[in-house]
Design a protein around this ligand. Structure first.
Ligand SMILES: [Zn+2]
Length: 112
């Protein structure tokens, strides 16, 4: 399975909501699992290349202050074509649920 196939598998399916979906990340510093909602209608900015970009900053529940920067790039059809992350790593919805099943609820608040 290629890299783009892996992306499709991650972003299509669980976590998808009307007009958008969630992305899930893990903090490199403390291992906390975070999620943030992407609204494909309202959150995207037009890029110079003719597509769209979206930058998000996620901060955990307060146990550490690591800022996780997510950068997403979309084509003109608003399909994800590239993604980058610093301060953390992308995880799946299953890994997110698994983390919070082991570490208690509720899931943390996240910021844009
Ligand atoms: Zn952290």
């Amino acid at each position: 399975m290629g890299f783009l196939d892996a992306l499709k598998g991650l972003f299509v399916g669980t976590g998808r909501v009307s007009g958008g979906y969630y992305i899930y990340v893990r903090c490199n510093r403390c291992g906390e699992a975070l999620r943030t909602r992407i609204n494909l209608q309202n959150d995207l900015s037009e890029s110079d290349a003719g597509g769209y970009i979206l930058n998000k900053t996620l901060v955990g529940s307060g146990r550490c202050f690591e800022r996780i920067e997510v950068h997403l790039e979309f084509n003109p059809a608003r399909q994800l074509v590239h993604r980058e992350i610093s301060g953390g790593e992308f995880i799946t919805a299953q890994e997110f649920d698994q983390y919070w099943a082991q570490n208690g609820n509720p899931a943390p608040r996240v910021t844009r």
